[in-house]
Design a protein around this ligand. Structure first.
Ligand SMILES: Cc1ncc(COP(=O)(O)O)c(C=O)c1O
Length: 429
């Protein structure tokens, strides 16, 4: 098996080939044991030790052996000291990314044009391993030519700064590298998610409800649209668009573009998004919302959702939530608040009033990775629902994961609430 760094930053999932053809494309060794996935042959290491020195190997190896790392990384057969490597990497990160990266006397970015940068980084993925020193030099180069978003002179529309607590949490979650679909694979993170969501809901003003962390505010908004549609037309989960009349949803002209993207992605079509007028400060005009609802009905569409924005992306406007909630109540519409940007105002005694009425929402999208400086990405979708709508809408009951006869409360297996599979569901852990 080819070992060592091999290419930019060293692929920790190494690509290589055994001396004898021991592994088929199907991920099995000659005894038919599955090697990639949950089970691995215990003596796989012995079987795949290279029989020929690296220098004697063919220059173009077959690329069909992608193995789970179950041995210590090595360069030219010598085991690499993993702890020493990581200590060095952490040292570089502290010096270059954190200390220099947040120092006003350093540059925000060592800018290079793409062609020059390609040359400097030498990005081609190679089949040969690299020495630890080369790998460390690559680490330094990645940091040197990247934008330092924690720098005091880095000004981004929506996030910036480096919060050491958030970073500490991310170092731990990255090191543990887990999925989060069941309690048994992520007991700590499942309980943490539950507790954090409970706290965020309490800040919204709900003593009960549901929610999930999503890979970003755009996805949170899309989940809300899907949930609103499913709640009105549960048949659509099975029958798809055939179960639906032409639907209409409403948002202001200052909304985030993810509303349009979500409408396209969910098969509603961007024509189903009715654009409500905003005033000179960028706030939705509730009278125009109601006018548009009547107009959509007159044109044969069925209104089902209003998405208000708390903290519009460009102007930072806060839609008048109470007045919009009144309209939703009169017309029986799902009330979503896209508070991806402005939700953190809930923590401010001075500005909390901007979100008055948010407790009347059915769903709220809130990105702690924006104003709260949590690491990218961290977006919560909060729901007032207590009827397990998330799971009913998205669940698929995969029996190999979500067995109902486990020895703990299977309500803690939250993975069936979301669209992701065995991945980390960025933002959840
Ligand atoms: C109001 C609003 N909603 C949604 C989003 C999308 O969030 P994300 O970038 O996490 O997908 C943004 C991002 O800028 C936003 O400002």
């Amino acid at each position: 098996m080819e070992e060592g760094g091999g290419g930019p930053l060293g692929l920790l999932c190494r690509v290589g080939w055994p001396a004898k053809p021991a592994l088929s494309r199907g991920g099995q060794n000659p005894r038919g044991e599955k090697l990639c996935g949950h089970r691995r042959a215990p003596d796989w290491r012995a079987e795949t030790k290279p029989a020929v020195p690296t220098s004697a190997r063919s220059p173009s190896p077959p690329q069909d052996f992608i193995l789970m790392a179950d041995s210590k990384p090595a360069v030219d057969g010598e085991p690499m000291d993993m702890e020493a490597l990581l200590q060095s990497v952490f040292g570089i990160v502290i010096d270059e990314a954190i200390q220099k990266g947040t120092s006003a006397s350093e540059k925000v970015c060592e800018w290079k044009e793409p062609e020059e940068l390609k040359q400097l980084l030498d990005l081609e993925l190679q089949s040969q391993g690299e020495s630890q020193e080369q790998i460390l030099e690559r680490c330094r180069a990645v940091i040197r030519y990247s934008v330092k978003t924690g720098h005091p002179r880095f000004f981004n529309q929506l996030f910036s700064g480096l919060d050491p607590h958030a970073l500490a949490g991310r170092i731990i979650t990255e090191s543990l590298n887990t999925s989060q679909y069941t309690y048994e694979i992520a007991p700590v993170f499942v309980l943490m998610e539950e507790e954090v969501l409970k706290k965020l809901r309490a800040l919204v003003g709900w003593s009960s409800g549901d929610g999930v962390f999503c890979p970003g505010g755009s996805v949170s908004n899309m989940y809300a649209m899907n949930l609103a549609r499913y709640q009105r037309y549960p048949d659509c989960k099975q029958r798809g668009l055939r179960a639906l009349p032409p639907l209409a949803l409403f948002t202001s002209k200052e909304c985030h573009y993810s509303i349009n993207k979500g409408a396209a992605f969910l098969g509603l079509g961007t024509d189903s998004v009715r654009v409500v007028k905003a005033d000179e400060r960028g706030k939705m005009i509730p009278e125009d919302l109601e006018r548009q609802i009547f107009q959509a009905e007159a044109e044969g569409s069925v209104p089902f959702l209003v998405s208000a924005t708390s903290g519009t992306t460009v102007l930072g406007a806060f839609d008048p939530l109470d007045a919009i909630a009144d309209v939703c109540q009169r017309h029986g519409l799902w009330f979503h608040v896209d508070a991806a940007w402005g939700g953190s105002v809930l923590l401010s005694q001075m500005h909390r009033h901007l979100l008055d009425g948010i407790q009347r929402a059915d769903s709220v999208a809130w990105n702690p990775h924006k104003l709260l400086a949590a690491g990218l990405q961290c977006s919560a979708l909060l729901l007032r629902d207590t009827s397990n709508l998330l799971k009913r809408c998205h669940g698929s009951q995969a029996s190999y994961l979500f067995q109902q006869d486990k020895f703990y409360d299977v309500a803690l297996d939250t993975g069936d609430k979301v669209l992701g599979g065995g991945n980390k569901e960025t933002g959840r852990v």
